[in-house]
Design a protein around this ligand. Structure first.
Ligand code: S3P
Length: 182
């Protein structure tokens, strides 16, 4: 049950998860919103790296994407019901049906929407194995096309992170989350 029968958000039984494409601002905005709300902040990728004592590129290189998705699921399952917590999810979390079920049932989902081109311009540090392609834009567009219906389907709220700064989006989110609790 995500909300009580009056449609009120209940931070004591569900987390707030941020979904969206790589570079859409989930970690930056998520951390700021958590600070404004006084919530804990968890980044799934950082949790995976801590739990499995290796980096995301290493996981992809040594064990492949399938293994990475299993690690992602195991961490999401642990953290999703955390009370008073904002969770930043990796962009591909929505492709696994088990993850979608967890997100839908155990969290309030916020989709940070931003055009693919802008997203990849923010991902220049080479730490995204799925963007290490000759034609980055084309592969990113293909990934986005597969994921976008899931982002849309899962979202309880959608925010544009193209036209607004991370600070502005985080402020709007914290105000809206507070108002959902009343
Ligand atoms: C991925 C996104 C990354 C990370 C991994 C795979 C994806 O996270 O989980 O490289 O499949 O879109 P960010 O969305 O935080 O960059």
């Amino acid at each position: 049950m995500k909300k009580n029968n009056k449609g009120i958000f209940m931070p004591e039984i569900q987390s707030v998860t941020f979904i969206g494409f790589m570079g859409s601002g989930k970690s930056t905005v998520g951390e700021m919103a958590a600070r404004l709300l006084g919530y804990e902040f968890i980044d799934i990728d950082r949790e995976i790296e801590r739990k499995y004592r290796t980096s995301i590129p290493e996981i992809f290189r040594n064990y492949g994407e399938k293994a990475f998705r299993e690690y992602e699921y195991s961490v999401l399952k642990e953290v999703c019901p955390h009370p008073y917590t904002i969770i930043s999810c990796g962009g591909g979390i929505v492709i696994k049906p088990e993850n979608r079920k967890l997100l839908k049932n155990k969290s309030f989902v916020i989709w940070l929407d931003c055009p693919v081109e802008k997203c990849i311009s923010r991902c220049k540090n080479g730490n995204r194995p799925l963007l290490n392609d000759d034609n980055v834009l084309l592969s990113a567009e293909k990934l986005f096309a597969c994921r976008e219906p899931f982002y849309r389907q899962l979202a309880d709220m959608i925010y544009d992170t193209d036209q607004f700064t991370a600070e502005t989006v985080a402020e709007k989110i914290s105000i809206n989350i507070k108002s959902l609790m009343q």
